[in-house]
Design a protein around this ligand. Structure first.
Ligand code: UD1
Length: 397
């Protein structure tokens, strides 16, 4: 059977790594990987392929930056041709980024069976672009693979048929379990060791920060409020802040940070980290501060207290069973809760059921069972792109 998997942005890469690894164990599967090119910087894309040992994509659509509408439309136009040529038995999309929805829409328009991995999550906040992507992708998917019970409830409430919904666990935690031993031995990023303001004493506690959502960083007043809280926290514990390009642009525009300085008042501002670098720092951090979805799950699996700078989460199991706490866009609360964590009073939790490292095995087995005749699919003669991808991940499709 032929499975076409589409990826585009940083969190996608982590999710497909265990899925593609599992597919490679099935000789009857002809796995094709397409990268939309939504994320194209080395740190945001290729570094992840290297760390996560993902085979080079067969095609890179090279869509790059743009408005969400432009990104979605470009991906659809370019992907339609690929789907026509490859005729997959099933298309697999993961997560909630613009590439996810664009690929899902293209598959649905072409009448191809569609599987969504990480289905059913809902923040109930339609102002988040990811929420719109989730709702729409789930509405047109034939196989809905879910990470936590709330996802099943959401999908059934939205009228999705029960027999299409599979609670399988969390592929992001598959990746974490597989790569944690390697990450632990990974060298510390040079920027944090070189003499200067960014240097961190790793024999002492530190906090790790990620912020990139439009709702957190696009409004300068909000970003300033959070930055001020981080400076306050950094008086008690050094903070490491690998900065997403979107956030860096906003910080520079707002005059919050001078890239030439590298650090400000105990906050080490560094470029985005690779998967292994980030996982190492995350697993050894005393405190995590984030607005990311995936980091809420990873910290729950690692048992690290996580303060989420958002008003809601689409991953409520990280609150009810895990180490996650929502502090809202509230600087004072963020400082108070950070101090509690530093006093050893941070939230305790445990990994949810089925977050056991085997979600991708369940998903691939389910897909193989659904397409018993698919074994006849002829393998495509399609060499991986490999080094022919240029710095922005563009190919000459
Ligand atoms: C996207 C996802 C978000 C995910 C995040 C992880 C959507 C709607 N959002 O957000 O769910 O958590 O990725 O990183 O798909 N840029 C670069 N280099 C890159 C990529 C982006 O400089 O490699 C800059 C560009 O200026 C771009 C901006 O970042 O305009 C935003 O990128 P975009 O892909 O639109 O969304 P993200 O904020 O990365």
């Amino acid at each position: 059977m032929r499975i076409l998997t589409v990826v585009g942005a940083r969190p996608n890469f982590v999710k497909v790594a265990p899925l593609l690894g599992e597919m490679s164990l099935h000789p009857e599967i002809d796995a094709i990987l397409v990268h939309t090119g939504q994320h194209y910087d080395y740190e945001m894309s290729k570094a992840f392929f290297e760390d996560l040992q993902i085979p080079a994509p067969h095609l890179n659509l090279g869509v790059g930056s743009g408005t969400a509408t432009a990104q979605t439309a470009e991906i659809m136009l370019r992907l339609e041709r690929v789907m026509e040529e490859t005729q997959p038995d099933v298309v697999v999309v993961v997560g909630d980024v613009n590439s996810t929805l664009a690929a899902a829409l293209t598959a649905a328009k072409m009448g191809l069976p569609l599987a969504h991995v990480e289905a059913g999550l809902r923040s109930f906040d339609r102002l988040m672009p990811e929420e719109v992507n989730r709702v729409l992708t789930d509405a047109i998917s034939d196989f809905l693979f879910v990470t936590e019970p709330s996802g099943v409830e959401n999908l059934l409430r939205e009228g999705r048929p029960k027999e299409r919904v599979y609670l399988v666990g969390n592929v992001m935690i598959d990746a974490l379990q597989r790569f944690l031993p390697t990450a632990k031995c990974h060298p510390i990023p040079p920027a944090l060791q070189a003499p200067g303001k960014s240097r961190i004493d790793f024999t002492r506690p530190y906090g790790l920060v990620t912020l990139h959502r439009p709702s957190t960083v696009d409004n300068l007043a909000t970003l300033r409020l959070i930055w001020t809280a981080l400076e306050e926290i950094a008086k008690d514990v050094p903070l490491i802040f690998p900065v997403h390009p979107r956030t860096e642009n906003r910080m520079e525009e707002g005059g919050l940070y001078d890239p030439l300085q590298g650090a400000s008042n105990g906050i080490s501002v560094i470029p985005p980290l690779s998967y292994l670098q980030f996982l190492k720092l995350q697993s050894e951090a005393t405190l995590m501060i984030t607005d990311s979805g995936g980091v809420q799950e990873e910290t729950t699996a690692l048992g690290i207290p996580c303060l989420t700078v958002r008003e809601n989460t689409e991953r409520p199991i990280t609150l009810s069973e895990g180490t996650n706490l929502l502090v809202g866009l509230n600087g004072r609360r963020l400082v108070e809760e950070a101090r509690k964590v530093l006093r050893g009073e941070g939230k305790k939790g445990h990994a949810p059921k089925l977050w056991d490292g085997h979600a991708s095995t369940r998903i691939v087995r389910m897909l193989v069972d659904q397409f018993p005749g698919g074994g006849a699919a002829k393998r495509l003669v399609m060499p991986p792109l490999g080094e022919s991808v240029d710095a922005r991940g563009h190919s000459s499709l």
